[in-house]
Design a binder for this molecule. Structure first.
Ligand code: AMP
Ligand code: ZN
Length: 470
């Protein structure tokens, strides 16, 4: 797939429309995704967001882009401080366990690692520098030892979240990191140290950063002041991303992000899955029930990212069954032997499926259309397989196509098995020939010879299958 000959479109939250995607630097995408707040184990709603971002990134890689991906780790905020205080631990000791769990989970879910995972507590000087700059330029002010961003100084405030600021009471402030649109106010950049809370002695005074400033400071440190794509769940749009834009653009005087992509929520009975509502499962909860994590990956992946996704065990089971159809198909192709030959018709079908799959993803990651193309193809090929109409080169081509798609889906079994080497394949063919000629003594001798080499042959009505002796 070449980046030059395909138009890619994404829905940009900022403009509210589908836009053609063009990165700032040719062939390279700078991607920033908001990472976990490490105060607890992430729930599978969080993983919907990270798996959507993984799909996006894997698609961009497949399209031929170089992707530079940064994901922050929020290891200081209202929630981590509260959690650490409850257990009488330092922030670092409290968050370490959840950071480790997060890295374990993303590996289990086959989420490609980011290039960098900067931690908020390791970037306090970057944040202080930015807050000082905002004070100097008149976008921020001190109030009782804390520093706030004055949203009336930034006329574009509210553009991302589509908020009408007219009735706003100038100068009213909000201290907490998270709040609703109804209480849009000047927000805290730097919070004055409180009794019993962790703090840093800095040029701004003793205190700690508000949540939002970390993403402005860390994204520009590693990706520059302007980047291509910034993602998160829709709950991040306000206030977090709105505030990031205000901070970054007020500080640098240039556009912060070209494309804002947000995924809809994983919900339970119509309500967002979240810690505060108590309606959540962690990955660990589901693994303990015997779930294959790659089935969960497929479940979270296979609904378009801008659609709400309802979590039920039934829908999880449906996803498992759909994935199993793909796995069975691949198993069959890997373990059947086919007569020599190559059919242009199969090559065309395969190419068309690949094209449809990639074009669907290029259209705002339309995974439903992409998977429909794949399942239709599987149906077509299965029907030919059952009539013994697939030849050797066809089989190899089909398998290669599905494996190429798996660079994006990442749902096939991890490769433990190598394909059979050509010399073995030709012995299998020789045995087939002997059988056809009714030379059963030779056929049996070859079967035994292969068994000695650890390969077992099984004659089925559709042809010969092989497996390795474990
Ligand atoms: P947090 O750790 O709460 O900052 O969330 C990490 C990421 O998960 C953010 O991008 C959120 O938007 C996203 N997120 C949280 N809950 C859900 C949910 N129920 N469905 C989809 N994404 C979510
Ligand atoms: Zn963020």
């Amino acid at each position: 797939m070449d980046i030059i000959d395909r138009m890619i479109r994404f829905f940009n939250t900022l403009s509210g429309t589908l836009e053609e995607f063009k990165p700032l630097r040719e062939g390279e995408v700078r991607l920033y995704t908001c990472g976990p707040t490490v105060y607890d184990y992430p729930h599978i709603g969080n993983y919907r967001a990270y798996i959507f971002e993984d799909l996006l990134k894997r698609f961009l890689l497949l399209a031929g882009f170089k992707v530079i991906h940064v994901m922050n780790i929020t290891d200081v905020d209202d929630k981590t401080i509260k959690g650490a205080a409850r257990l009488g631990l330092s922030l670092q000791d409290y968050t370490a366990k959840y950071i480790e769990a997060f890295f374990e989970d993303i590996k289990t879910l086959r989420i490609l690692p980011a290039d960098l995972y900067p931690r908020a507590t390791e970037h306090i000087p970057d944040m202080v520098k930015m807050v000082k700059g905002l004070l100097a330029r008149g976008f921020a002010y001190y109030k009782e030892g804390s520093v706030y961003f004055s949203i009336e100084k930034f006329p574009a405030y509210g553009r991302l979240a589509k908020i009408n600021l007219e009735e706003l009471k100038a100068g009213a402030r909000v201290d907490s990191d998270e709040y609703e649109k109804e209480s849009v106010h000047d927000f805290a950049l730097w919070k004055k140290a409180k009794e019993g809370e962790p703090f840093w002695e800095t040029e701004l005074g003793a205190g700690r950063p508000g949540w939002h400033i970390e993403c402005s400071a860390m994204s520009s440190r590693y990706l520059g002041p302007s980047l291509d794509i910034h993602c998160g769940g829709i709950d991040n749009i306000f206030p977090h991303h709105e505030n990031e834009i205000a901070q970054s653009e007020a500080f640098y005087g240039q556009k912060f992000v070209n494309y804002w992509l947000h995924c809809h929520h994983l919900v339970v009975d119509g309500e967002k899955m979240s810690k505060s509502r108590g309606n959540f499962y962690t990955l660990r909860d589901l693994l303990a029930r015997g779930l294959d994590p790659v089935d969960l990956r497929f479940f979270l992946l296979s609904t378009h990212y801008r659609k709400m996704l309802n979590f039920t065990f039934d829908s999880l089971e449906q996803a498992r069954a759909s994935r199993q159809r793909i796995l069975d198909f691949v198993y069959e192709l890997e373990h059947r032997t086919f007569p020599p030959g190559d059919q242009p018709e199969i090559s065309e079908l395969t190419e068309k499926m690949l094209e449809d799959f990639k074009n669907s993803l290029a259209d705002d990651l339309n995974i439903s259309a992409a998977l429909a193309a794949l399942f239709e193809f599987i149906r077509e090929i299965n029907s030919r397989l059952s009539r013994d109409l697939i030849k050797q080169a066809d089989g190899a081509r089909i398998l290669a196509a599905v494996q190429e798609l798996d660079r994006v889906l990442a749902i096939l079994p991890e490769k433990e098995e190598q394909p059979l080497p050509p010399e073995i394949l030709s012995r299998i063919e020789a045995r087939q020939k002997a059988r056809k000629e009714k030379n059963f003594a030779l056929a049996d001798a070859i079967r035994e010879e292969l068994r000695q080499l650890g390969i077992i042959l099984e004659d089925t009505k559709e042809g010969v299958r092989w497996k390795r002796i474990k």
